[in-house]
Every structure is written in C-alpha cells, then in structure tokens.
Design a protein around this ligand. Structure first.
Ligand SMILES: Cc1cc2nc3c(=O)[nH]c(=O)nc-3n(C[C@H](O)[C@H](O)[C@H](O)COP(=O)(O)OP(=O)(O)OC[C@H]3O[C@@H](n4cnc5c(N)ncnc54)[C@H](O)[C@@H]3O)c2cc1C
Length: 335
C-alpha cells in the first residue's frame, strides 16, 4: 500500500497502528491484522479518516462495535477505522414545554454514529422518550445498526430505522458529505440502502415520542434483556444471528410450524445443532448463532456457514443469506 507515511501524517503518526489484530475488535474474537488501524474518537476524526482513504484511494472499512462481522484470518489489507465517535444530545422539543415539560409531544435526539445503541436506549428512556428502548440489549453502534436496520422484536416492528429522521453520510462516489432523510435509507427487515452504496454514517438524528410513563419503558427494555438471556448463548464469543430469517413465502412453501420464518428453526431441522468445526460450533441455545468455543478461525466459521447453506439448499431449496458482513478476503463463500 503506497502513501502509508502520508496517511499516517494526516491522521497522526501515533494514532495509526500497523498490523493491529482485528480479533481484538470483534465480538467473535476472530480476525487477522489490519494493515493500518485508526480509532476515530469524534465525528471529525471519522470524517477525516474516510476522506483520507478516499483521497488516497486505499481500501478501507469502518468497524463499529464489531458485533456483526466476520473478519478474514488474513485480516484487512487497507485502513480499518474503528468508530469510537460517541455523543448524544437533545436538539429539539415539540409541544408545550413549560416548567414540568408535561406538554412535550416529541423530541429530536442527535447522535454521533459510533455511539453504542444501548447508550442511546438508556438516554432516551431517561428522557421518557419511547421508540428505541428495545436497543438496550442490542450490541453495536448507531452506524452499524442503521446499516442492518437493527431490530429486536420484528413482529412488533421494533427497528432502529423506524425512528430515524435524518443522517449525515459520507458519499463514496463523490467524496463529499451529504444530509439524507429517513426515506433515503429504504429500510426493511435487515436492509438499508447503504448496504448497496457503502456510504458511511457520520451522525444521525432520531425523532421520538414522549411516553406517559418512564417505568413502562424500563420494563419493556428489561423484558427484552430477560428474553435474550433465555434464548441466546449469553457470554459466548459470537456475532449474533449469522443468517437473515427466511421469507414468509418460503415459510408458507415449507409449511413451517406456525409459519415461523426463523432460520434457527431451519438449521435445527437440518440436524445441525451443536455441529462443530475446529473451534467454531453451531450454538445449542440458538441455532442461528455460531460461537467461537476456543481459538476458532474465520475459516472454521465459514466452513460451518457453507455447510448450513449447502444443506438448506439440498433439503429445502432455500438460499440462505447472511446477516453478518464479511471483512477482508475469503476464498470460498458459497452462494
Ligand atoms: C450477542 C449478540 C446479539 C445480537 N442481537 C441482535 C439483535 O437482537 N438485533 C439485531 O439487529 N442485531 C443483533 N446483533 C447483531 C449486531 O448487534 C447488529 O448487527 C449491530 O447493528 C452491529 O453494529 P456494529 O456497530 O457492531 O457493526 P459492525 O459489526 O462493526 O459492522 C457491521 C457492518 O456495518 C458497517 N458499519 C459500521 N459502522 C458503520 C458506519 N458508521 N457507517 C456505515 N457502515 C458502518 C461495517 O463496515 C460492516 O459492514 C447481535 C450481535 C451479538 C454479538
């Protein structure tokens, strides 16, 4: 990679690390070295880093919490920007404000894109604002959350995108920053437009309604944590659900129990629960999770992913699609 010294000078020579192991920055605890690694502590840092990568035409990737990625064992031959740009503030209130604030109808909340989603949930609950309390138990940052349209209870339409009002994005086609509104993202289950454009979220503004009772919001958030503790392999190194759920159409075609769209059900019915390759295993608690039991490589995880995809295709004619994103080079991702 050319221009290495120039990039280091721009971002601060002491702030750019070479060959930083990415296993330190992913929930999976998997991933080889980043050729260059920079931690953005503010939105300006993040902007400077992506602008620099754009200007020097070097491959780059932004990592948020690293909760939804599988990083190659060979690492990433470019600049990895770890987004630690955090910050939340109330920037607008609508309704009768008065001394008690009781007449407030809704509020606008600004966040830097590296803010953990659970911090935003905590802040909004503290302000008695409803709509994002389900994020209390979802790992990762606002930027990563907007890319996948992070959710908890899909049947109840709990998606982060529902409450997004606008965002500032770095546009990789023009090398400039632009402001976009909610509709731009074209949100749906596990989808937002930035999956196609690879634009980078710098900051975001959410519009939330005033709730009647703060206690109810805490209750809802804590119920989510309880459910997660019951259904997921809590404490294991993993990347959450590996695959997106299947479509309603496929659930109807396969006549799944109660027409469930759960990919966990599909994997279990393939008899793969607990299957282990190297240090990676399909969780026995939640079959759509692969866990790093000890020293798993990205190769081990990928072999399990390919095994699940092959069996799902053979038995059910299903084309399972990953929810996780791949970072770095992989030889054999099956389609
Ligand atoms: C134990 C566990 C439980 C989970 N439970 C849930 C759940 O209930 N619901 C749910 O929706 N998800 C869940 N997940 C997955 C994960 O929490 C979400 O996908 C989350 O949105 C990932 O955010 P992140 O910041 O960690 O993204 P990362 O993993 O860092 O990145 C994911 C993708 O987003 C890109 N990206 C990151 N930041 C930005 C940015 N600022 N701008 C543009 N692109 C960016 C990355 O380049 C990458 O392509 C779970 C994960 C784990 C480990």
């Amino acid at each position: 990679m050319g221009n290495l010294e120039e990039i280091k000078t721009i971002l601060g020579p002491l702030r750019v690390y070479e060959n930083e192991p990415l296993s330190r920055h992913t929930y999976f605890k998997i991933g080889g070295p980043a050729r260059l690694f920079f931690e953005a502590k503010t939105v300006d840092d993040l902007k400077l880093a992506v602008e620099t990568a754009y200007r020097y035409q070097i491959p780059f990737v932004v990592l948020g919490g690293g909760a939804n990625v599988l990083v190659s064992d060979r690492g990433f031959e470019g600049l990895v920007i770890k987004n630690k740009a955090t910050g939340i503030k109330l920037i607008g209130l609508k309704g009768t404000i008065g001394k008690t604030g009781k007449g407030i109808k809704n509020a606008l909340v600004w966040t830097a894109s590296g803010t953990p989603m659970n911090q935003l949930a905590r802040f909004t609950i503290d302000q008695t604002l409803e709509g994002l309390e389900f994020l209390l138990s979802v790992p990762g940052t606002i930027g990563g959350g907007l890319k996948i349209n992070a959710h908890f209870n899909v049947e109840k339409h709990e998606f982060i995108g529902n409450r997004l009002m606008s965002a500032a994005l770095f546009d990789l086609k023009t090398g400039t920053t632009k402001s976009v509104n909610h509709d731009y993202f074209d949100f749906s289950y596990d989808h937002s437009k930035i999956q196609e454009t690879d634009e980078i979220v710098l900051e975001a503004i959410f519009k939330l309604d005033k709730a009647k009772d703060q206690g109810d919001l805490w209750q809802k958030a804590m119920d989510g944590i309880k459910r997660r503790n019951e259904e997921q392999p809590v404490g294991s190194a993993c990347s959450g659900c590996i695959f997106r759920n299947i479509s309603r159409k496929d659930a109807m075609r396969l006549v799944t129990p109660n027409l469930t769209t759960s990919t966990g059900y599909i994997i279990e019915s393939l008899g793969l629960k607990g299957t282990k390759i190297g240090g990676a295993a399909i969780s026995s608690t939640h079959t759509n999770f692969i866990i790093n039991t000890a020293g798993a490589t990205a190769g081990d995880v990928l072999k399990l992913i390919n095994l699940i995809k092959t069996k799902a295709k053979e038995k059910y004619n299903l084309d399972l699609k990953e929810e996780i994103f791949y970072v770095g080079d992989f030889d054999e991702i099956s389609n």
